[in-house]
Design a protein around this ligand. Sequence first.
Ligand SMILES: Cc1cc2nc3c(=O)[nH]c(=O)nc-3n(C[C@H](O)[C@H](O)[C@H](O)COP(=O)(O)OP(=O)(O)OC[C@H]3O[C@@H](n4cnc5c(N)ncnc54)[C@H](O)[C@@H]3O)c2cc1C
Length: 471
Amino acid sequence: MKNKYDVIIIGAGPAGIFTALELVKKKKGLDILILDKGRALSQRKCPARNLGRCAGCDPCGITFGWSGAGAFSDGKLSLSPEVGGNITDYMTEDEAKELIDYADSIYLSFGAQSEVHGLNSKVIDDIKYEASKHNIQLIPCPVRHLGTEKAYYVLEGMYDYLVNDGKVTFSEMTTVIDILEENRTAKAVVIRTKDNEIKTIEGDFIVAAPGRGGAEWLSEQTRKLSISTNNNAVDIGVRVEVPNSIMDHLTKDLYEAKLVYYSDTFDNKVRTFCMNPGGVVSQENYEGGLALVNGHSYADENLKTDNTNFALLVSTRFTEPFKEPIEYGKYIARLANMLTGGGILVQRLGDLLQGRRTDKDRLKKSTTIPTLKNAVPGDLSYVLPHRYLVSIIEALKAFDNIAPGLYSKNTLLYGVECKFYSSKVQVNDKFETSVKNLYTIGDGAGITRGLMQASVTGIVVARDIIEKINR
Ligand SMILES: Cc1cc2nc3c(=O)[nH]c(=O)nc-3n(C[C@H](O)[C@H](O)[C@H](O)COP(=O)(O)OP(=O)(O)OC[C@H]3O[C@@H](n4cnc5c(N)ncnc54)[C@H](O)[C@@H]3O)c2cc1C
């Protein structure tokens, strides 16, 4: 590693990788350094996937390292600007569409599957029409599904192209501790290397793309650098699991049915998210031992299950003076962990509605066989605030009109699923902060919440950097 680079990228998630890909493609000879506190892709492992419990790895193999939180993700590329973040706050919808198509073509060139779900407009119109009769909004979104195993190879291909071919320098297990400025211009980063050495590396341009795992650190940095931030929403809810037969007619053409319902009692926005036909429910372990539920599915037909799972989330944007939506979400998740002894809780909808706990015997009677085998049967009403629980139940009842069987006693609800969105860093339309040549992008800056939009923010930044250099 040298002492100075043209561009320093903090974080090797999709936002950071796409910054590098675009820089390399559009401007030859730039000295680019990518720093990540996690490991190179081939070294990333999560023992919890076999052990069923968090082994407390530092850094966590799931969220940190080459390809970021996307490495072991389901690899669903949402091809609509309406899904996966707020990039249309920074550009027109047409510009966003163009950039999504461009980023998609890059994923394809690295081996993404050619099939796109959700393009049959006749079917979409029919479902939309049916949904609207029950006050449900369907957000059409074409999806390219890489599948958990394929996403890995696509991102590995990007590693080979950028790092193994020597186009950029990648330093794994390197944590950026501090971002330095001089006269309100980006100057350098202070890093801790894998050998525990503290070094200062100068950069003409600094791109901070630390993802959700680095969001708190980025918040501290923005406070120190006097860059303004705004509260973002927190989404709290459950993961729903039902037999494929209940969701098939929606997922067959759409792959992912993105549904929105405003709950009757509280008028809260409830939405489906991350739908996995034939998928599995999984446990996600965060720093500090926090266990949250998630789900994914494999592209390989042989690995498909009989169940479909999806998140059902209630969105809340807290107002002044409250400023800690992430802590609020974690607090609720901790309650579920407390009741289960540290893992994920599962309850049948029928038991929840009858005000009783699901125990082992009741779970055994369920016609929906849980795919998360070590989930602990329990009672979500001891965990989720009344407002959330009521909104979730009302949404399930409404969705049953377009997916009959969803509001059934054997529908499984796993808790807690939380989507934390980092505080939104104030940036201009090129994602540059009030510190010149310092950019913040991706999930960590509270701008995106998905692979595709995170990738797009990287492309925008790279183009802006090149324009400045060429000026
Ligand atoms: C289980 C799971 C499934 C998902 N499935 C999907 C899906 O199917 N489709 C979809 O669109 N999205 C999915 N997502 C979300 C998607 O992975 C993220 O939106 C995306 O990865 C965000 O990209 P990013 O580059 O902003 O941040 P990240 O991917 O989080 O990358 C940030 C990187 O920065 C590094 N970093 C953080 N702080 C520092 C620091 N101080 N110094 C050095 N490095 C640092 C981290 O190690 C990390 O590698 C999923 C996420 C998870 C966890």
